[in-house]
Design a protein around this ligand. Structure first.
Ligand SMILES: [Zn+2]
Length: 253
């Protein structure tokens, strides 16, 4: 999809697409600066049957001002550019993507257990992938962890904390699920975080997801735990995303 907005003065506008039946399922959310007329690409590899497009001024002083100072002149459908041929040969991965996209779409309303069962279990149709959905991830010391996700290296089970995941968009959830997938099934060195980030982003970009949310997904994971390692990971992630079109073109040539 593409939309053309016009701002009388320079301003940041937010563009969001959410499910008409459930406002918490957000298919994209990002901020763009406009000045004069600007056409913005809105990428939706996963889209709702009925969706709502919401656009507002980010620096508005009041709710009333959110609609003022800009107009949306055109919204049109355009084909999504994807690079599926780089991943479609990998059936194991394609099955995981289907599972991850489906989970991401439902994550805001799926159960994450209760007092008796501290998690709910979700399995892919082929039974190969398992997500333990819990309110908070608990460490071996019995204390809650600030992490949104982790993967059990031996069994391949993924664990996700709903408390944090509800603050993510669908593309952001897919990005970090692909990171966990990469640890086990794409990395040459299983435990390498940098390798898992880049493997995840290659798949994420090939699917046509918005680059901004590739970065913001990881940022949301890192900002609670801003170690030197995570700062360096963020730097490499931004760099990869910035260069994606160019490197992608190179490998395709
Ligand atoms: Zn990791």
């Amino acid at each position: 999809m593409q939309l053309t907005a016009n701002g009388k003065e320079p301003m940041p506008i937010a563009i969001a697409v959410y499910n008409a039946l459930n406002k918490k399922a957000i298919y994209t959310l990002s901020v763009t600066n406009i000045q004069g007329t600007r056409t913005v690409e809105v990428r939706l590899p996963v889209s709702p049957e009925k969706g709502v497009i919401s656009i507002w001024r980010v620096n508005a002083e009041s709710d009333y001002d959110k609609d003022l100072g800009f107009s949306v002149d055109n919204i049109s459908r355009v084909d999504l550019t994807q690079d599926l041929k780089s991943i479609s040969h990998d059936k194991h991965l394609m099955n995981f993507i289907k599972f991850a996209e489906d989970f991401a779409e439902k994550a805001s309303w799926l159960s994450a257990g209760d007092k008796e069962n501290r998690h709910s279990v979700y399995k892919s149709d082929d039974g190969k992938f398992v997500i333990f959905y819990t309110d908070e991830i608990i460490g071996e010391d019995g204390k809650p962890r600030k992490t949104s996700m982790r993967v059990n290296n031996k069994k391949g089970w993924m664990e996700l904390a709903k408390k944090y995941v509800v603050g993510y968009t669908i593309p952001e959830i897919v990005a970090i699920l692909l990171h966990e997938y990469s640890h086990l099934w794409k990395n040459r060195v299983h435990s390498d975080e940098f390798e898992a980030d880049l493997n995840a982003l290659k798949i994420y970009c090939a699917l046509g997801f918005p680059k901004k949310e590739g970065a913001s997904g990881f940022y949301k994971v890192f900002y609670r735990t801003d170690s030197d390692l995570n700062i360096e990971r963020m730097r490499r992630i931004r760099n990869f995303l910035k260069n994606y079109e160019r490197t992608n073109f190179k490998t395709a040539a």
